[in-house]
Write a protein that binds this ligand. Structure first.
Ligand code: G4P
Length: 530
């Protein structure tokens, strides 16, 4: 393989930030972009409150609410690294699309509010990362405010997420008394200056016992506590183990305050060194290793309509998995077995889209789409193969859906198909009912509004939705005879677009009862049957 291609790939880091709303993801992203010089001033990533609308607020509905619904891709250069951040919607109502975006990431940064710990959305996103076995790096944010004891937070990571952790840094004080973070690997002290947080003094120590630490902190009690805690970590904590980090079994923890840029650069530098370059992916002909396969390949992980209302365009996001992409190149669209010329690809720094001439494994490009692409499609140059199917995840909200005017049925079906292909909604059909009904499932309730809004705006169709009381969908598989009985007896069954059988449940109790009744069957949370 050519050295230049190897170097290009090795310098790529493609990751997603996972967090619960309000943990500080927008703030952290802004600071990361600032370090990379990609934006001139913070506050331009997302329009908060009165600020002007942010770069990732593409859709009308996002503008009306001042939130970001769609995932965007932000890229910047830092030292010799080419960094791609996959932005996942951070508000309460996130969509399945958020999950899918994670399939394009090689690692994840998990952001946690020091006062709140592991929250619901973080937990869901973590599960998806775990399913993929990607390394996860934790940033504990808002140390400038009183938060929970760091040992408590470590315990919570283990209890709620099942992951052990290795603190790369350790805070000295918190909130009013926040003084510094000690970098365990570099044996460095980073001093926090509340009056001028951007002014960070770094002191090189010989270790935690270095008297320079006492001089710098000037608080005997805090220093004593810090030394005690660090000793406890050294004795009772997990060892630093790069192999376990790579497998996603151990998460390195960093502490900081994103709003004051404190700890962000340290996090970024360690993260870039420790996180993997573009990784091997499974396909129909076995693993595709970007370091081995020189020719181009990639997959579509997201299709987004109307990114720019003026142009009414549709963009398919492609994650390059091997080789070099160059503008105008011809590739094969494997599902349809047709050649395709990639003539107008775009790279994103939100609205300032620019035409890209060349891109490499690890990069994300946007392809203008006239309806050819579906989520999960593979594009290749040379030998043909397909990347593994993209999973669907259990929706949490359901509604029976009908079109108001029967005459518009065609546009309605077209719109539904489009939105299903984009992954904005999942469409099910009732199973074994006299009158077949269409059931829409979404991960976040806001998607219902998006659905209504888009069907009206793009297809001029009014719909009627009747919310259903379900909270869980489980893909069912197992012994055929038992499955047959299950299909006959179980209520609230639907089929997905691949005709797989899916059971809907209102609550955990209902689900447990069914599992107890049919121990021979498997109830999967995703269509991957994993
Ligand atoms: P999100 O994208 O994860 O939803 O979070 P976002 O960055 O919007 O941050 C949520 C709130 O937390 C914001 O306050 C933000 O200023 C604050 N925040 C982020 N990082 C830190 C931190 O390190 N320390 C402290 N103390 N606060 C932090 P807000 O009042 O909701 O918005 P704003 O008026 O500040 O824009």
């Amino acid at each position: 393989m050519k050295q230049t291609l190897k170097d290009q790939i090795e310098s790529r880091r493609t990751f997603a930030i996972i967090s619960h709303p309000d943990a500080g993801k927008t703030t952290l992203t802004e600071k990361l972009l600032l370090f990379g010089g990609a934006i001139r001033e913070a506050g331009t990533v997302k329009g908060r409150k009165n600020a002007k609308h942010a770069v990732s607020d593409w859709m009308d509905i996002e503008k009306q609410r001042g939130i970001s619904v769609t995932s965007s891709v932000l890229e910047f250069l830092y030292n010799d690294f080419h960094v791609n951040i996959l932005d996942t919607p951070g508000h309460e109502d996130f969509s399945e699309d958020t999950y899918r975006t994670l399939t394009a990431a090689d690692s994840a940064a998990m952001l946690i509010d020091a006062a709140k710990g592991v929250e619901a959305q973080t937990k869901k996103l973590f599960k998806v990362c775990k399913l993929r076995g990607i390394p996860i790096f934790t940033f504990i944010n808002k140390l400038d405010r009183q938060g929970r004891d760091p040992f408590d937070l470590m315990e919570e990571l283990e209890n709620l997420l099942g992951i052990r952790s290795y603190p790369m840094g350790w805070p000295i004080g918190m909130g009013q008394s926040f003084k510094a973070v000690y970098d365990r690997l570099e044996k460095r002290l980073e001093l926090y200056n509340p009056n001028n947080p951007k002014d960070i003094d770094i002191i090189q120590l010989t270790g935690p016992d270095d008297p320079k630490l006492d001089e710098a902190i000037k608080d005997e009690q805090l220093v004593a506590q810090f030394r005690e805690e660090l000793e406890l970590l050294d004795v009772a904590g997990d060892e630093y183990d790069k192999e376990r980090i790579d497998k996603g079994d151990l998460t390195p923890i960093f502490f900081g305050s994103a709003i004051s840029s404190f700890g962000v650069q340290t996090f970024l530098e360690h993260f870039l060194k420790l996180s993997p370059p573009p990784t091997t992916r499974e396909s129909s002909i076995g693993p595709i290793d970007p370091m081995e396969r020189e020719s181009f390949s990639g997959f579509i992980f997201k299709v987004q309509a109307n990114m720019n209302a003026k142009h009414r365009d549709r963009v398919a996001f492609l994650r390059i998995t091997s080789g070099t992409f160059s503008r105008g190149m011809s590739v094969k669209h494997v599902r349809t077995n047709k050649p395709l010329k990639l003539s107008q690809p775009t790279q994103f720094l939100a609205q300032n889209r620019s035409i890209v001439d060349e891109a490499y494994a690890g990069d994300i490009i946007g392809l203008f789409d006239t309806g050819a692409f579906r989520i999960g499609d593979t594009l290749v140059e040379g030998d043909s193969f397909e990347f593994s199917e993209m999973p669907h995840f259990s929706p949490e909200h359901f509604a029976a859906i009908t079109v108001k005017e029967a005459l518009k049925h065609k546009s309605y079906e077209k719109g539904l198909q489009q939105l299903t292909e984009e992954g904005a909604i999942q469409l099910f059909r009732t199973y074994n009912k006299y009158v077949e009904q269409q059931i829409v499932g979404v991960v976040g309730v806001l998607q219902f509004e998006v659905l209504e809004h888009r069907l009206k705006g793009e297809y001029n169709v009014d719909i009627q939705m009747e919310r259903q009381p379900f909270s869980f969908a489980r893909w069912i598989d197992g012994d055929e005879t038992v499955l047959k009985t299950f299909k006959e007896k179980q209520r609230n069954l639907v089929t997905d677009k691949e005709n797989r059988i899916v059971a809907l449940f209102e609550n955990e109790f209902q689900m447990r009862t069914a599992k107890d009744k049919y121990p021979e069957l498997q109830f999967y949370e995703n269509s991957f049957y994993q």
